[in-house]
Design a protein around this ligand. Structure first.
Ligand SMILES: [Zn+2]
Length: 480
């Protein structure tokens, strides 16, 4: 695996993970082991578990929770009054200010781990005492000392998409020395680190910002948490145009239950846009409202935006009600009757209105020139279609009708790899039902997104700025 690919693969893996699952652990509460869990972004223990572990009782009075722990020969009994969202608690009628407020979730009260020592003096909660930095090549390694556990983390682009912002909330108390170490680190930030801040709030909240797009990996070890950050090279494929088919007076295909293709295409495109933007792509929609946009304008949108990829999204229809599944097209002469049928239907908008202007006004010459524009990207387009087909079929669990080719006007004039996806058949009863489900459209968008990311990975630049190619040697050529 080339290093560039490794980096992007790591980013992809990271991006596809939801907020990481945090390993459960136990803390010692007054001599009993209690398992922690995340309540929102705060590492907590349920009040019920604490009461059970200490043979106590608890009950709720309005918005207050009262817990009574029995005494023994060694110590007297104790009584607590706790309130959700309030850092003020009572312990044997004595006021205690907690570093973090208890959390109410599904009418259960959760106590933040960082607040336990103030309530149960013999509790030991890890302090976050040290932050060390080291460099290994381009990689910056931050080591957070102590048995701390990361709670919420956030990694995203900075303002200009030319940097990385990273925030980490840790279920530990901060040591007074930590603030000094961080102040020191900010004075002489190593490598690509721009700033690091220690924010107040529950537990320890660290904010990092880096000077350039970067990939990151967080590892939780027994005695420390490691954050590794390394530069992520710019992708060769950055700008995408998504073209939700039809719109306005042109509803596209109609399902038997009245589902309109233009709505399905728009919804999948919007979901896909969101996902692709999360992956760092710049995404433009060829139409962003329910209006009629000519095929020529859609195609022009790709060129005007200097898009690296053009993706047109549609839903299928057939006189054969049994027909179902996903097919992805690239521009070429149709080889089968079916491909011609689909192209004829999708090109119908071309025959109406002013949509032909600028496309074939020059008659045959215009068509030949248009074909030449796409000819150059034929292999890449077919490869992109294959990636999308490969990733979407299993993810959305639909029938694979394969990569197909036909003469779509909307793909003809683009100076970039371009594909048209038929997301399923509105003419098929069960597939129409599926296409009406937001969850299914989400899966389609996720599958398509993965295909595009896979494709971009194969056509991304290496760390030295030169490009790595897929199977097509023309992918090596830079597009200016
Ligand atoms: Zn269509």
């Amino acid at each position: 695996m080339r290093s560039g690919q490794g980096v992007i693969a790591a980013v992809v893996v990271l991006m596809f993970l939801a907020v990481g699952t945090i390993q459960a652990r136990t803390v010692d509460v007054g001599g009993a082991r209690v398992e922690t869990r995340m309540a929102g972004k705060v590492e907590c223990v349920p009040l019920s578990a604490v009461a059970a572990a200490l043979n106590g009782k608890y009950w709720r009075v309005d918005n207050r929770f009262v817990m009574v722990l029995p005494g023994d020969s060694a110590r007297p009994g104790r009584e607590y009054v706790l309130r959700a969202d309030s850092t003020c608690a009572l312990c044997d009628s004595r006021r205690v200010i907690l570093p973090a407020a208890p959390v109410l979730d599904s009418s259960r009260l959760y106590l933040p781990v960082v607040a336990l020592p103030d309530l149960f003096p013999s509790t030991s909660v890890p302090d976050l005492t040290t932050i060390d930095t080291a460099r290994r090549g381009d990689t910056l390694i931050f080591t957070l000392g102590g048995q701390c556990r990361p709670g919420e983390k956030f990694a995203g682009f900075g303002d200009s998409r030319s940097s990385l912002e990273y925030r980490l909330v840790i279920g530990a108390r901060r040591d007074s020395g930590l603030g000094q170490q961080i102040a020191l680190l900010s004075l002489t930030p190593p490598g690509m680190l721009k700033t690091v801040t220690l924010d107040s709030g529950t537990g320890v909240s660290l904010g990092f910002s880096f000077r350039q797009p970067a990939a990151e990996r967080l590892t939780v070890l027994q005695d420390r948490v490691e954050l590794r950050v390394w530069p992520r090279p710019d992708r060769a494929i950055k700008r995408l145009v998504l073209d939700p088919g039809h719109g306005g007076e042109d509803p596209g295909a109609l399902g038997r239950n009245g589902t309109r293709e233009k709505m399905v295409a728009m919804d999948v495109a919007l979901r896909l846009k969101k996902k692709l933007e999360k992956q760092g792509f710049e995404v433009t929609l060829a139409r962003d409202t329910d209006k009629f946009v000519s095929l020529a304008e859609r195609s022009k949108c790709g060129n005007n935006r200097k898009a690296d990829l053009f993706i047109s999204i549609h839903a299928n229809s057939s006189a054969n009600r049994a027909a179902c599944g996903l097919e992805t097209y690239f521009l070429s002469e149709a080889k089968t009757d079916w491909e011609r049928v689909v192209a004829a239907r999708e090109n119908a908008a071309f025959d109406t209105g002013e949509s032909s202007a600028g496309l074939s006004a020059d008659g045959d010459v215009g068509l030949i020139l248009a074909d030449l524009a796409q000819n150059e990207y034929l292999l890449e387009s077919s490869e992109l279609a294959a990636r999308i087909q490969e990733t979407t079929v299993p993810y959305a669990r639909i029938k694979d009708r394969g990569v197909k080719q036909a003469n779509f006007y909307v793909l003809r004039n683009g100076f970039m790899p371009a594909v048209l996806i038929e997301c399923g058949f509105l003419s098929n009863k069960s597939e129409e039902k599926l296409l009406r489900q937001p969850e299914h459209r989400e899966r389609l968008a996720e599958g398509i997104c993965r295909g595009i990311v896979e494709f971009a990975k194969l056509h991304g630049p290496k760390a030295d700025g030169s490009q790595t190619g897929g199977s097509d040697p023309r992918a090596l050529k830079s597009k200016s």
